[in-house]
Design a protein around this ligand. Structure first.
Ligand code: ADP
Length: 279
């Protein structure tokens, strides 16, 4: 099932700034997609449009097969959970559990306690239920905001720069959380290393959709990367250099795990060679 279907979407701000041009994007149920691109490419605008915050626009947006326009925005928004970049923009109740309950209560949903318990469990913050969210660390606030979104059981999760501003430990644990989460998601991010760990597919915005496919495939397209000013993950850079030295990898690794697998393959091949030399 198509959770999101965007066709020929263009948008210009009231002051005349063009932000999106002829964007096509379809996301199937269960897919995790990152939207990447240089500053000003329109990543946040795309998320906000899909979330129903800005109408009218040119082109069409369908979420769970419902067309989005100024008349349907309230209804269509019910399918969507948007995680803001700054959790302080999203958290405002006195305790974590009240904050997580706020969305579903506001939407008039049922089984509130159940929803809250499940959302706290799936973000591993059950023990924070009675805490004051504003006193928590930035990483924990992000989890509270994610729990609040999950409690509404949206069909599509939109995340705006989820790893921004996190310390290395909170960043890796958030990546782990999103990687293991069984949800359809669209993530706007600068952080290609994080995208590599979480998503199966990347959409590069750079004056329209400049690329749509696997990150490894994109990392091999030097001209596209350079035009968009994108830096490959460190592990991809390492293997590009090795390629220049004659070590050809089966795939260009974009994650540490893939890099380790390729390095082991190189090492095994070298071992085989030295054994052959001895015999
Ligand atoms: P990104 O998230 O990729 O950095 P944005 O969606 O924030 O890109 O911005 C796309 C373009 O729209 C940029 O040129 C930006 O300056 C402009 N823009 C963003 N928000 C507004 C706004 N509220 N009013 C006018 N122009 C805006």
């Amino acid at each position: 099932m198509k959770v999101l279907e965007v066709k020929a979407l263009s948008f210009t701000y009231e002051d005349g700034t063009p932000a999106l041009k002829e964007i096509d994007l379809t996301i199937e149920e269960g897919e995790k997609v990152a939207v990447i691109g240089p500053n000003g490419a329109g990543k946040s605008t795309l998320l906000h449009l899909v979330a129903g915050f800005r109408t009218p626009f040119r082109g069409s947006v369908r979420v769970m097969e419902e067309g989005l326009d100024e008349h349907t925005a309230d209804q269509v928004r019910r399918h969507i959970g948007l995680l803001f970049q700054d959790p302080d923009d999203q958290i405002f109740m006195p305790t974590v559990e009240e904050d997580v309950a706020f969305g579903p209560v506001n939407l008039g949903l049922d089984r509130i306690e159940d929803r809250v318990a499940r959302a706290l469990r799936s973000t591993s913050i059950e023990d924070l239920a009675k805490r004051k969210p504003h006193r928590l660390s930035h990483g924990m606030k992000k989890r509270v905001a994610i729990a609040g979104v999950l409690a509404m059981e949206p069909s599509l999760l939109l995340l705006d720069e989820p790893t921004a501003g996190l310390d290395p430990h909170s960043r890796s644990s958030l990546i782990e959380l999103l990687r293991n989460m069984n949800k359809t998601m669209l993530i706007a991010t600068h952080d290609l290393e994080a995208a590599a760990e979480i998503v199966d597919r990347v959409v590069l915005l750079n004056g329209g959709v400049a690329f749509d496919g696997g990150l490894a495939e994109l990392m091999a397209q030097d001209a596209v990367l350079e035009k968009a000013g994108l830096e490959p993950p460190q592990i991809s850079k390492l293997f590009k250099r090795l390629r220049g030295m004659g070590y050809e990898a089966n795939i260009l690794p974009v994650t540490l795990d893939q890099g380790v697998a390729e390095a082991v393959r190189f090492a095994d091949r070298e071992k085989g060679r030295s054994r052959d030399r001895k015999t």
